[in-house]
Design a protein around this ligand. Structure first.
Ligand code: C2E
Ligand code: MG
Ligand code: MG
Length: 553
């Protein structure tokens, strides 16, 4: 049915042309016949009519006179029809022109679009081939467009896109091409003299600079940056000798520019990057990881590991921090440092984290009632307005007491959206969940932020703790953090205790909890269970005398 409609639609414009041409022919035939008749009858009749009217001669045959009048009427009719047809053709031509423009142009920015951009680049390339000029293809992606849309509304988002498009267009040299090929993604191409890639380097620097100027509209001002990937015809930049690659077609060039743009993002955004062949392998690997993570979440390959948390003064185990691991059939046991950022980027972190927390709550239900469970929460999860509800739902499902659950949020989460973080943290806190500020010292939280959020604990980042093992200011820094915690009534946990020297230095500084390889590496659920069993710290179905003894001692 759909195919038939498509065929009908595709048949219509052609049909129209044929019908117009047919009508043109008929009108032309009538006009020619009318002219011939007029010339034939008019040449003999006209002198007779003139003679009869002015000199009283004999009237010409009435039938012939009528035929000539009809002839004149036909001529007039033919002329009018011709004029109408001309107008009709003109309107049709304009409509066709407009339809073509709509199909080739992005309606918002007026740039070429995803369909028309690549052929235009191809045509530019072909036109430059005889002169030996090269072209560079640039993939330009806005760095924070989603945020601009979310925080300032779509109208402002549209304004940003149109402004950026015109800034890029103005920066391009004559003959340059600009197309919008995705929501916040542009591809452009510019010619440059063979070997003079610095021209392109300058052009890209100009674009990066111009685009970053503030954009104001409707009383709001936003700033945005772009990441740019660049690919050039034939040789990738920096490979002038030897390693010639296959001449790339236009689509391959665009793909290379895209790969380079991804690198520019990875290297910190607001910058440009030339394509290099090994980037493609990296991207392939990343895509494989991405696919692996998606499949792994479905297959339940992500598992919680547990790291002990100890009261440094008494040496008692106080709880565990859950740390995610990926048991990948292909890559083995993968660190969260690898898969968490990817899961965040592909918007899978919420689902992954829920899965892990559900498992961890089940595991922790078996632990002694004195032990706490800490879980790490990504900044991406804190942007989800339903996050607090989801976490509470998990607690209700498991029956694990809220006051034994601690969530760890990193300092960097605080900068993203303080308002949203505050409301989530407050509602979790109202349910009795404890909140820790993780990796403290690596971000830039201000004292006012620390005071305005109801944290229960500061976790000193392990980079400061490891400083203690070296000579230097490490100790003074930790003392300062502990004093800060005291001033704000926030207990402290030191991360990354690897040696007994570091432990004794920390014990000398003040009362705190700690965790680190000195007490053991993070372990899977079963090993953790065995550890607790050996320490008599598993909840027995009925209260066991051994547990009572341990508590009493
Ligand atoms: P983190 O929350 O600061 O966790 C502590 C990290 O330090 C863990 O690395 C732990 O294995 C490591 N560590 C502990 N003691 C020592 C030590 O003595 N020396 C050294 N060198 N390292 C030590 P891991 O498990 O690789 O986790 C890295 C980070 O990944 C975590 O840092 C956390 O930010 C994140 N992460 C882990 N699991 C999750 C999760 O389920 N969700 C989220 N959003 N992030 C997670
Ligand atoms: Mg943590
Ligand atoms: Mg940490």
């Amino acid at each position: 049915m759909r195919l038939k409609k498509a065929l009908d639609r595709s048949a219509r414009p052609g049909d129209g042309k044929i019908r117009t041409a047919e009508r043109d022919m008929v009108t032309l035939g009538i006009a020619i016949a009318a002219v011939i008749l007029f010339v034939g009858t008019g040449s003999t009749l006209m002198p007779k009519i003139v003679e009869a009217w002015f000199f009283g001669g004999r009237s010409p045959d009435l039938l012939l006179t009528n035929a000539m009048l009809l002839n004149i009427a036909l001529l007039l009719f033919g002329w009018r029809r011709y004029k109408d047809l001309r107008e009709e053709v003109q309107v049709r031509r304009q409509a066709e022109e407009r339809a073509r423009e709509l199909s080739e142009r992005d309606p918002l920015t007026g740039c070429l679009n995803r369909r028309s951009g690549p052929p235009a680049i191809e045509a530019l390339r072909a036109s430059l081939a005889p002169s030996g000029e090269e072209i560079a293809v640039m993939m330009i992606d806005l760095d924070n467009f989603k945020q601009i849309n979310d925080l300032n509304g779509h109208q402002m988002g549209d304004m940003v896109l149109t402004t950026i498009a015109s800034r890029i267009a103005n920066a391009l040299p004559n003959g340059g091409i600009l197309a919008r090929i995705g929501g916040d993604e542009f591809v452009c191409a510019a010619p440059f003299q063979f070997g003079a890639h610095e021209e392109i380097q300058d052009l890209v620097a100009t674009i990066v600079h111009k685009v970053s100027a503030p954009i104001s509209a409707n009383g709001m001002t936003v700033e945005t940056t772009v990441s740019i990937g660049i690919a050039r015809t034939d040789r990738p930049f920096g490979q002038s000798t030897g390693a010639e690659t296959q001449p790339a077609d236009t689509n391959a060039l665009i793909h290379r520019a895209d790969v380079a743009m991804y690198q520019a993002k990875k290297r910190g955004r607001n910058r440009s990057c030339w394509f290099e062949p090994q980037m493609e392998d990296e991207l392939r690997f990343r895509n494989e990881l991405e696919a692996g993570i998606r499949a792994g979440v479905q297959a339940g390959e992500f598992v919680p590991y547990y790291e002990q948390q100890i009261d440094l003064e008494t040496g008692e185990l106080t709880g565990f921090e859950m740390l995610a691991r990926w048991q990948s059939p292909r890559y083995g046991l993968v660190s969260p440092e690898i898969f968490i950022p990817i899961a965040e980027e592909i918007d899978l972190i919420g689902e992954l984290s829920e899965q892990l927390i559900r498992q961890a709550l089940e595991d922790a239900k078996e632990w002694d009632a004195s032990l706490t469970l800490s879980v790490n929460i990504s900044p991406v999860q804190l942007r989800d307005p339903w996050f607090a509800q989801k976490l509470l739902q998990l607690l209700v499902e498991s029956g694990f007491p809220a006051n034994r659950l601690e969530i760890e949020i990193t300092e960097t989460s605080l900068h993203e959206n303080m308002g949203a973080v505050r409301s989530i943290v407050t509602s979790l806190k109202n349910q009795g969940i404890q909140i820790s500020l993780d990796d403290f010292g690596t971000g830039y939280s201000s004292l006012s932020q620390l005071r305005s959020l109801p944290f229960d604990r500061l976790k000193i980042d392990r980079s400061f703790v490891s400083e203690l093992s070296r000579d230097g200011d490490g100790k003074a820094l930790i003392e300062a953090i502990v004093a800060l915690g005291k001033g704000l009534s926030l207990p402290v946990t030191a991360e990354g205790i690897e040696s007994s020297e570091v432990l004794s230095q920390l014990q000398g500084i003040g009362q705190m909890k700690g965790q680190g390889y000195l007490y053991g590496r993070p372990e899977d659920a079963e090993t953790t269970r065995k550890r607790l069993e050996s320490q008599n710290m598993l909840r027995a179905p009925h209260p066991s005398p051994a547990l009572g003894e341990r508590k009493a001692s």
